[in-house]
Design a protein around this ligand. Structure first.
Ligand code: SF4
Length: 173
């Protein structure tokens, strides 16, 4: 859960970058992408003015946890989506500004959650939403002490690439 203390803004001409420390998973995508802008050894660690606005946007859009966001003077923005467990429809949903952006369908049996299908709305693909959806969904499964059986190809690939979720995998038990 984020608090106001975790949230920081880094204003520069044309853009303000935001960072929510409680969401940061230290994937270092940002540091690799634009080391002049994102430098954890420096204070402030984000200096958006060190690169062109569009280059900063490119890298912020790749932040897998949505710790990073932005508002530009010409009205573009990125804010963290919300992931909720819609138990009535047996699916985890990802919402942007309250609007459904995608979902991961599941079937639940005793202590097992079977992920069967993941879908992101047309026009919103390629923004890391599916990765964020599955990350948050698996965190919720873990919090309920359940196991995961991935049948959806996206979830299978995600779990293969993220060993931090291996202990949830029903196939390893
Ligand atoms: S890309 Fe996002 S999650 Fe990764 S280190 Fe940067 S801010 Fe944190």
């Amino acid at each position: 859960m984020s608090s106001e203390n975790d949230f920081r803004s880094y204003p520069a001409p044309g853009i303000t970058v935001t960072w929510d420390a409680s969401r940061c998973r230290h994937a270092t995508e940002c540091v690799r992408g634009l080391p002049l802008v994102f430098d954890p050894t420096r204070r402030p660690w984000i200096t958006p003015e060190a690169a062109a606005v569009d280059d900063v946007i490119d890298v912020v859009d790749r932040c897998p946890s949505y710790a990073l966001g932005y508002r530009t003077n010409d009205g573009r923005q990125r804010t963290a989506p919300e992931v909720v467990d819609n138990t009535a429809m047996s699916r985890f949903e990802i919402r942007l500004g309250g609007t459904l952006a995608g979902f991961a369908e599941y079937q639940r049996a005793n202590d097992l959650v079977v992920f069967s299908h993941t879908e992101i709305r047309e026009g919103l693909k390629g923004k890391g939403l599916a990765t964020h959806l599955i990350t948050e969904s698996l965190d919720m499964v873990r919090a309920q002490d359940l196991r995961v059986l991935p049948l959806c190809p996206f979830v299978i690939a995600f779990m293969a690439a993220h060993p931090e979720f291996a202990e949830l995998d029903y196939r390893h038990h």
